[in-house]
Design a protein around this ligand. Sequence first.
Ligand code: MGD
Ligand code: MGD
Ligand code: MO
Length: 768
Amino acid sequence: MSNRERLTSTHWGAGSVEVKDGRVVAVRPFSRDPQPSPILTGMVDALYAPTRVAKPAVRKGWLEKRGDSRRDRGKDSFVEVSWDEALDLVAGELMRVRKDHGAQGIFGGSYGWSSAGGFHHARTQLRRFLFTSGGCVDQVTNYSYAAGMIVLPHIIGTNAPIGGPMTTWRSIAKHTKLMVMFGGANIRNMQVYSGGCGAHDSEIWLQKAREAGVQFVSITPVRDDSPDYLGAEWLAPKPNSDTALMLGLAHTLVSEELHDKAFLASHCVGFEKFLPYLMGESDGMPKSAAWAAGICGIDANVIADLARRMAKGRTMLAASWSLQRADHGEQPYWMLAVLAAMLGQIGLPGGGFGYGYGSIGGPGVPGPETGAPRFPTGRNPLNFAIPVARIADMLLEPGATIDFDGAKLTYPDVKLVYWAGGNPFHHHQDINRLVEAFRKPDTIVVHEIAWTATARHADIVLPATTSLERNDIGTSSRDRFIIAMRKHIEPVGAARDDFAIFRDLARRIGSEEAFTEGRSEMDWLIHMYEGYRAGLAKRDMPIPPFATFWDEGYVELPVPEEDFVLFDAFRQDPIAHPLHTRSGKIEIFCEDIAGFGYDDCPGHPMWLEPYEWLATANAKHPLHMITNQPKSRLHSQLDPVGVSAASKIAGREPVRLNPADAAARGIETGDIVEIFNDRGRCLAGAELSDRLRPGVIQISTGAWYDPADPAVSGSLDVHGNPNVLTADRGTSRLGQGPSPLSALVEVRKYAGTAPDVTVHEPPKMASR
Ligand SMILES: Nc1nc2c(c(=O)[nH]1)N[C@H]1C(S)=C(S)[C@@H](COP(=O)(O)OP(=O)(O)OC[C@H]3O[C@@H](n4cnc5c(=O)[nH]c(N)nc54)[C@H](O)[C@@H]3O)O[C@H]1N2
Ligand SMILES: Nc1nc2c(c(=O)[nH]1)N[C@H]1C(S)=C(S)[C@@H](COP(=O)(O)OP(=O)(O)OC[C@H]3O[C@@H](n4cnc5c(=O)[nH]c(N)nc54)[C@H](O)[C@@H]3O)O[C@H]1N2
Ligand SMILES: [Mo]
């Protein structure tokens, strides 16, 4: 055992952990990882950071006046209490709210990535705990691709083109001539795999495709959304104009008779209803390349030429997940599928379409596709959930009714908000509105590793362990490794595992047996692993028993040799292998969606102008702000340490501006700037870059929200969390997804002395 690596796993890769005298002194890349992520290097500092929540803490005002002090959330001090007192308070509140208001009084959706590991996944732990003790208001869909995952089942019968399995890179490398990537192929994002990974393989496959001679077109306002070595042709449309560009491509295909009429007739429905719109017969406006050029800002000849090239050989159409995180985000996803249908290559090797090839590690990488050992969440007896991104609406407007994917939903009156494993003050849009929303409930409970802005806006904060302080199993459905995530050290401070916290709460409220089923942490790991192993055995994929796995440190699953091609069976015989849509075919016009009668998502894809984008810009807010995923961390995790800390400019989150936009404002690299609109303002550190389309600025998500004066509503965030500027608008009545990528702002040089960033220090503790 002593020579074996002692491993852990994270969403940014597996690590080999060195411990001396009970302290972790290094986390080095796993020996089998060909391209480890530098994000790993921050882990030791994060483990012992001053921002770790040391002890259970209760907001002073809540201790004294309970909910009557709700307006002091975010500005109040905290009082440290014993575990027993903290757990008694939480159990008491849960029982009070459940008795007086029922399950709809308790919100437990708790969106967030938590940590890698199938058992100690905080969000799963919380939801299981609440589901087994009477239920709660839950959340469905996600921040990543909510609009896409709602529209695709209607039109293509599955979310496989987003979630996989999708046509593999191997198939692309062998067969594809041209890969057109809306949103690029971000190697920055490939550092991250949901659930963890043993081997970062995605970028290697991108390189293999390049070496095989695939030509790439990267369509994005930001040049370095694709690595330079790809030699991609860069087309820089205005943000949010992709649907218009795709329509221009489609129009050229029809005008020049390059579309595959036979495939449209045999495998699709509704092309005849879409065609009059495309050709302008229904609205007098042909969606020609020239029309598209006027909207997206790319030359009409370039658009027409691209359409011809796409029709000439084997073409893969790809879109990043970011495309649909915008106003009417359903449309570019639907239109991409329609464009692929018109090319007629869906189901052919290296052809068709896929979403997310460059969005995260894993999509298209040949993998075992065997799922992963998971802790079961169970069923929510309340059977009620809101779309994730409607959280602030729900808290602010109890009783209001919204549309969602053909249904009507009425917001409950939530009295208790419970969050574990997520950071809404990172992930949600329009944070100043969220601050108000967080002042509505009686009580907010948060389990956290660190004093994030969410923890600072809670009433009761319970300190959680990190993966290094507990035993778990690391896997992702997109990776071939299963990692034995050992407990390497005793918990830091008074931290406890989420599972142990919920078990003790369940004991207090009488649901312990339902929650634990009588199993300890290790019992659960063995139960989960052996269940998974039995499933694999049925598929002739033997893996060793738990004891061997745990001793050896990891299991490597075999990867299939043959290429996977999405929709190949459907292509070969659409009658024998229909899609799971109403018609069994690709729905270019969708009767179900048309039947919902939504003006913001009609029966076929359309160019619907975003509410906020460069064409609606004015002198007050002339710049389009792109908030992408950060290169230097996972969302808000590890923000204060490692490569994230090193990336800051003048102590703030970097914002990139085109040199022309910067010059017009007298801004130079290294300046502290203020980004603002009518929703909020934040500081950031300027960096000039000609790799952005003029009129576009780019700032990564994830800098911890740090209001200069939390007592003032709409206070300046001194650190650079762009979600003080984004809009809290659903993509449409169909998907109700988040739309942070539709936001206009202005930037100016910050005059005066900028307040210090203090959010990377723990909050001050008070006495009673
Ligand atoms: N403007 C804008 N906003 C966006 C996006 C965008 O593109 N633009 N992208 C969105 C997307 S795609 C996503 S997925 C979201 C991500 O949003 P989140 O998933 O909420 O972000 P994380 O920073 O990963 O938050 C996870 C939190 O869980 C905590 N945690 C980790 N492990 C444990 C544990 O074991 N126990 C407990 N109790 N806590 C733990 C971490 O400390 C961290 O605070 O952000 C969204 N927000
Ligand atoms: N390092 C790192 N990697 C990550 C994450 C992380 O936090 N850190 N988060 C992971 C998660 S949870 C997710 S969901 C994925 C997200 O994956 P994506 O959504 O694909 O990633 P983003 O970085 O948000 O956006 C990618 C690029 O889209 C471009 N873009 C923005 N708007 C438009 C537009 O209107 N049109 C076009 N054509 N392009 C546009 C931007 O220039 C941006 O850089 O990333 C995953 N990978
Ligand atoms: Mo995401």
